[in-house]
Write a protein that binds this ligand. Structure first.
Ligand code: UFG
Length: 347
């Protein structure tokens, strides 16, 4: 029988792509989500999960559940025999986290503690955690490897990722029967090749590529480029954009690592290549055939000039490597955005 894997926040952008890859790799994902970042589809199943079911031709067990709901978590773990948990659920908007730090710490930290406690009670001690390159803060050197100091991020969202990493490391140290893989994502973009699932930010997108895609499709007039006076190739910020399907496959590799009783391991998931904001605009113009208008405005507070990964450790120890290039990321993003101009919502 296929192994049951609990996916928290599985209806979100990265979560839904991961659920799809799990099914294709022969696992049996069970999804929980509280609809904070997901649109309801038919029969209370999130639209993203419904579409994954359509792609894979299989039903995917879904429970509407908040990770803060201890009783709900207990009941869920009584109902299923999970062999591992992939933990995506959490609040994720950097700017909002500065405005509502307590909410961010409550959901991200307390939610994770409740999840870990429930896992412990039920003897499920294999975890993949969705961390972020933001834990590195402003890079002291580039490319960033996993030995780079962490904890330098300045916003509550980033700090919550760092605190959770530390919590999991301490847990694995204290109780050696735990295994955890902490994945530090760089900048996931793109969408599944079907164009049926993708990123669907609610309101005005905070991140570059969803915004660029909405300009290309005519939902927004122009992009605001946050500063062109950084010391980079053209003065605009440089990031390591990675195809979300490559990123999702990194989680399958992480599950395999857990089976080796690996203890606590940490890996960057990036491509190793950085592109500037203006290079991304060009690439998206090429993929969409649309002009993307932009205006240069002031820097965004808290932004760094450049950030890209050294992904060598993941290749060495997980046998994982990003394979999709920038053109493919933009083509897949455009397919999703042009087929779903309003995202998952029907109107
Ligand atoms: N940018 C713009 N205009 C926009 C949005 C972004 O010019 O409308 C620029 C930013 O200044 C930056 C680049 O595009 O130079 C990428 O910005 P994103 O907001 O897309 O991504 P960040 O690298 O700032 O942040 C992302 C995630 C965080 C995560 C961080 C970790 O959003 O959750 O990567 O590296 F913490």
């Amino acid at each position: 029988m296929a192994k049951e894997i609990l996916v928290t926040g599985g209806a979100g952008y990265i979560g839904s792509h991961c659920v799809l890859e799990l099914v294709e790799a022969g696992f049996a994902p069970v999804v929980i989500d509280n609809f904070h970042n997901a649109i309801r589809g038919s029969n209370t199943v999130p639209e993203s999960i419904w579409r994954v079911e359509e792609i894979v031709g299989k039903k995917i067990p879904f429970h509407e559940l908040d990770i803060l709901d201890e009783t709900g978590l207990q009941n869920l773990f009584k109902k299923h025999r999970f062999s591992a948990v992939i933990h995506f659920a959490g609040l994720k908007a950097v700017g909002e986290s500065v405005q509502m730090p307590l909410e961010y710490y409550k959901v991200n930290l307390t939610g994770t503690i409740r999840l870990l406690e429930t896992m412990k009670v039920h003897g499920v001690k294999n975890l993949v955690f969705s961390s972020s390159a933001t834990v590195y803060g402003d890079p002291a050197y580039l490319p960033l490897d996993e030995k780079h100091p962490v904890g330098g991020c300045t916003n509550p969202y980033g700090k919550s990722k760092y605190f959770i990493e530390e919590m999991i490391r301490d847990l694995c140290k204290a109780e050696p029967d735990w295994n955890a893989v902490l994945l530090r994502y760089f900048n996931p973009i793109g969408a599944h090749k079907s164009g049926k699932i993708g990123e669907d930010p609610q309101g005005i997108p905070n991140n570059l590529m969803p915004y660029v895609a909405q300009v290309a499709v005519g939902r927004r007039d122009y992009l605001n480029v946050f500063g062109n006076d950084y010391s980079t190739v053209d003065g605009t910020g440089v990031r390591d954009y990675i195809h979300v399907v490559d990123l999702a496959k990194g989680h399958i590799a992480a599950l395999k690592k857990l089976k080796e009783n690996c203890g606590c391991k940490i890996y960057n998931l990036g491509t190793g290549t950085g592109y500037s904001v203006l290079q991304m605009v060009k690439a998206m113009e090429k993929a969409s055939g649309k002009e993307i208008k932009y205006k240069i405005i002031a820097r965004r507070e808290g932004d760094i000039a450049s950030c890209f990964a050294n992904p060598a450790l993941a290749e060495e120890e997980l046998g994982w490597k990003a394979v999709f290039d920038l053109d493919r990321m933009c083509e897949d993003l455009w397919r999703w955005q042009s087929q779903n101009p309003s995202g998952f919502s029907k109107n």
